[in-house]
Design a protein around this ligand. Sequence first.
Ligand code: GN1
Ligand code: MG
Length: 357
Amino acid sequence: MTVFCRQAFAVFRPDEELAALAPLGSGRVNDTWLVTTAAGAKCVLQRLNPAVFPDPAAVQANLCRVTEHLRGNLPEASGFKTFCVFSSPGGETAWVDSNGAWWRLLSHLDGTQALEAISSPAQAQALGAALGIFHLLLASLPPPPLADTLPGFHNTPLYLAHYDAALTGDCLPEAADCRDFIEQRRADMRLLEDARLRGEITEQAVHGDPKVGNFLFSQDSKRVVSLIDLDTVKPGLLLHDLGDCLRSCCNPKGEDVQHLDEIVFDQVLFAAVLTGYLSHAAHLLQPGDRRLIVDSARLISLELGLRFYSDYLSGSRYFKVDHPEQNLFRARVQFTLVRSVENQYSKLKAIAANCEG
Ligand code: GN1
Ligand code: MG
């Protein structure tokens, strides 16, 4: 891969020398590196996973449109920044390697840091506010709509169908706890899709993956400076993002815990994320969205657990793993989070109903 990294960098920056290359972030799908040039400048090199994104040209077009729109419309007072997509001297923003994988070079936002988990309500509120601002900016994106680069992404019933299909194929041994957990919740999987089909919840361009690690914080960890990883930006539901953000933020131990008994869905962080989000984006939500906030956090956690478990059964061909059981454990983490939401369901509904905005 290092050879491709060097080739890709040379395409975008033919006159500069690559001095150092280090893996960046903890992406489970694409590959990302921090590049340092001989002159000491930093930038971000990324390879899109061709097995996940069937139309990389459309992903790249969405990325360029959204970053340009954000740059032109970021409210100055928000202190927000967005990264740039660099072009080659010939004006290309992407390079395709000899295996058909797409590469891009992005600017690095110096003085920022990604956190694996949230450690205070103030951080959670700042993060919720950032998602609200991001949704407002995407709501004002001029037509046409973004391309749907991952059809079926966050369509929970479709993931259930894939799971059923994986079971009939040549797959790894089933884990009875996961199988039973899914069986008991089969009927709930249609919740967001049905509300969407009834027109009760808001569809617009969304981020698609607003987990904690994709928000860049200032060095003092107090302010959110940017929301990165725009590969999944595409049409979706506001509740896909809000549910996913709550799933990730309200789990203070993070997705990569050592023991399942550390997992809890934190009520205080839940209230803080929502307060921040609603302070900017309350008017984007319909009554149907408001009603399903807690359910969306539960459903997106359930969906991610189902995705990890199906991938485990199919031999981990989608999410990158360090060892064969990793996606099974990741599934159990998400299912434990689902159970924690279920155990606090009425209290969380009351908190959501009382949040101002
Ligand atoms: C994947 O690759 P990464 O880490 O940005 C996944 C998200 C999951 C996330 C869980 C395209 O995101 O949907 O929520 O892992 N992205 C894709 O950590 O499937
Ligand atoms: Mg992502």
